[in-house]
Design a protein around this ligand. Structure first.
Ligand code: SF4
Ligand code: MG
Length: 325
């Protein structure tokens, strides 16, 4: 059963501030309809901020100060009030790392999904319950009728994350944004969830933005990749190009860690790349210059490199790009 159909997504000039701190600066990202883009980077790179801004779920102390998030004809960044409430979930659905935040602990799982069908799609009580069971079946939950009657705490972590995906699908979203939804799960469950989202994505033509720090996840699910550092997207390309000829020194460092088998945890990325990512504001010039082996005094420490096209559908922001096209 097709449960959703994706739209092309165009993020343009997106900028987010927490008070006087800019957490995301001038992000441009295009995701073709029905494809998956992985957003990678260390913690603090701005990837969760981009995910929350695009889902319109930023905390109250953060605000979008510039830019647009177009999903088909809708500019999510421009919505307020009721149109914004209606867009949450149905234009862009968000999967958090912690599945329990998306579930109401005192309501049965099936009832929570059925409510989406009643409130958002005007389904009757019986029809909504049947659709909820169908959603649970679609996410590979065996015996959905039984699981529908369970409370969230009665499910395993993997089953809870499947239930959250079932809720997301009930909204029939045009964009699915996933912020490391498998990080808290053990490896085999993680692989099952990745396979599930891959299958749903192909079946439903969902458009997916998948946030991760794990390059093996990128290799598994992504059509395209955007790499973030210091609140900016520093490189984007299709997944094969990025793995075979990374252009930005930071992307090369990330891939080196991955090839050396050291990317399992963000802390290990930190250890493998000299120094640490910027905390509380980025330095002048290129944000990566304190850690970059190629940094020079003439430009890198003073002049911010702007993202520029380096090939078809391929961009990077660096004064000393090295790549083959
Ligand atoms: Fe390194 Fe300079 Fe490129 Fe920044 S602009 S990544 S410091 S070479
Ligand atoms: Mg994060």
């Amino acid at each position: 059963t097709p449960v959703a159909l994706g739209d092309a997504v165009s993020i343009s000039g997106l900028t987010v501030s927490y008070g006087t701190t800019t957490a995301l600066r001038d992000a441009h990202l295009h995701i073709p309809a029905g494809t998956t883009t992985a957003l990678v980077g260390e913690s603090g790179s701005g990837k969760s901020t981009l995910a929350l801004a695009a889902s319109r779920l930023l905390p109250p102390d953060a605000s979008i100060t510039a830019g647009s998030v177009r999903v088909g004809e809708t500019d999510l960044a421009a919505l307020t009030g009721r149109p914004l409430r209606e867009a949450r979930g149905s234009v862009a659905a968000y999967l958090a790392q912690d599945a329990s935040v998306a579930l109401n602990p005192v309501l049965r799982v099936g009832g929570q999904i059925a409510e989406v069908h009643r409130v958002r799609h005007g389904a009757g009580r019986r029809e909504a319950a049947a659709l909820a069971e169908q959603n649970l079946a679609d996410v590979g939950i065996p015996d959905p009728a039984r699981v529908a009657r369970r409370y969230p705490h009665e499910l395993s972590g993997g089953m809870r994350q499947r239930a959250v995906i079932a809720i997301a699908l009930a909204f029939r979203p045009r964009l699915l944004i996933a912020d490391e939804p498998t990080t808290a799960l053990d490896t085999t469950v993680q692989a099952d969830i990745l396979a599930l989202v891959g299958r749903l994505q192909r079946q439903c033509g969902l458009t997916v933005l998948w946030i991760t720090h794990d390059m093996s996840v990128v290799a598994e699910i992504a059509d395209r990749v955007a790499v973030m550092y210091g609140g900016r997207i520093v490189e984007q390309a299709d997944v094969l190009t990025l793995f075979e000829s990374p252009a930005h020194p930071y992307t090369r460092a990330l891939l080196r860690c991955f090839q050396e088998g050291r990317t399992a945890r963000p802390k290990q990325i930190l250890a493998a790349i000299n120094g640490s990512p910027p905390v509380g504001g980025v330095p002048d010039g290129c944000p990566f210059h304190p850690r970059c082996p190629k940094a020079d005094d003439s430009r890198c420490r003073t002049l911010l490199p702007e993202p520029r096209p380096i090939a078809r559908d391929r961009q990077a922001a660096c004064h000393h790009l090295e790549f083959t096209s």
